[in-house]
Design a protein around this ligand. Structure first.
Ligand SMILES: NC(=O)c1ccc[n+]([C@@H]2O[C@H](COP(=O)([O-])OP(=O)(O)OC[C@H]3O[C@@H](n4cnc5c(N)ncnc54)[C@H](OP(=O)(O)O)[C@@H]3O)[C@@H](O)[C@H]2O)c1
Length: 288
């Protein structure tokens, strides 16, 4: 069973709380209130991104929680991501400065390349910038998101540095066994994005398991991630759900229950991606 503050050790020796809060699609005000609610509920890991437009409010929530004596900066693990349009060696390092200014921090605990955008062919230079940022101490750990074996091979070949994490879409209906095994073979920790899926909380298998444990469907799905060693940061704009999502230490799933939820991959009504396929995804302004 995992308490909100339980950690996983990354390949660079740093630790990351396995359970966090995601803030994608939250308005700045919601990002502030959900971050405060998460810290109050014992969550110590916040996952934001330059592309989410709410780094400043996450940073303000962190500063206020520290000022109110709830936590210290060192208790917290803050992730942000480089937006696609800022890929490239110099642009990436400059964009990190902007993110740190927005967050009001001198370093992030984890900085991720948000998407590889293979067709723009800047991800290798971008990864070199990430290595520099780690050497500078402005990013304690560095990693990637939405990467797949071919692009992982290239950035590691060019730098000799393996990402600490790869953040990919994972939820019941898209358990991503292959990419998870690939990450594991390389010593990369896997983070699950959109962990609650879309509509899957109403799946009969999940409802049945929730009833067996006397917990909510969201809590079952969060445990499905945690019990498989995945790092997970569900998002909610509602403080009561932020607290519910943090309250998952009192039970764990049996191997059969984990397997039954994973088998939703084969249910055509619930299986498949809800986000873009990283091999095709191009978001943001094309680079000159
Ligand atoms: N790297 C990437 O490309 C990428 C892509 C997507 C997401 N992410 C990261 O992953 C995080 C999580 O993914 P996500 O934001 O897509 O979605 P998610 O956490 O899987 O699901 C969020 C949705 O679930 C609802 N919800 C939350 N808690 C609930 C509960 N206890 N019961 C019922 N419904 C609940 C929320 O509604 P309410 O707000 O109304 O509660 C919201 O509609 C993001 O915030 C972001 O940090 C990264």
């Amino acid at each position: 069973m995992t308490a909100p503050t339980d950690t996983i050790t990354l390949n660079d020796g740093h630790t990351i709380p396995q359970l966090g809060l995601g803030v994608w699609e939250l308005t700045p005000e919601e990002a502030y209130s959900s971050t405060r609610a998460a810290i109050a509920a014992g969550i110590r890991h916040i996952d934001t991104a330059a592309g989410y437009g709410n780094e400043a409010e996450v940073g303000r929530a962190v500063a206020d929680a520290v000022a109110d004596g709830e936590v210290t900066r060192d208790d917290l693990f803050i992730t942000t991501k480089l937006w696609n349009a800022d890929q490239g060696y110099d642009d990436a390092l400059e964009a990190l400065g902007v993110s740190l200014d927005n967050l009001g921090l001198d370093h992030v605990d984890l900085w991720l390349i948000h998407w590889p955008v293979e067709k723009w062919d800047r991800y290798v230079d971008t990864w070199k910038a990430f290595v520099t940022a780690r050497e500078e101490g402005r990013a304690r750990s560095i990693g990637v998101s939405n990467f797949y074996p071919e692009v992982l091979d290239e950035i590691v070949r060019a730098t000799g540095v393996t990402p600490a994490v790869n953040q990919i879409e994972i939820h019941p209906g898209l358990s991503q066994q292959e990419q998870r095994a690939d990450n594991q073979a390389r010593g990369i920790a896997t983070e699950s994005w959109s962990p609650l899926g879309r509509g899957v909380l109403g799946h009969p298998v999940i409802e049945k398991i929730a009833a067996e444990h006397g917990v909510t469907p969201a809590q079952v799905v969060i445990r499905w991630h945690l019990d498989q060693g995945l790092i997970v940061f569900p998002r909610s704009r509602r403080p009561e759900r932020v607290a519910e999502n943090a309250d998952v230490a009192g039970f764990s799933l049996t191997p059969d229950q984990v397997e039954a939820i994973t088998a939703i991959d084969d249910d055509p009504d619930y299986s498949g991606r809800i986000g873009a396929d990283p091999r095709d995804a191009v978001f943001g302004t094309p680079l000159a």
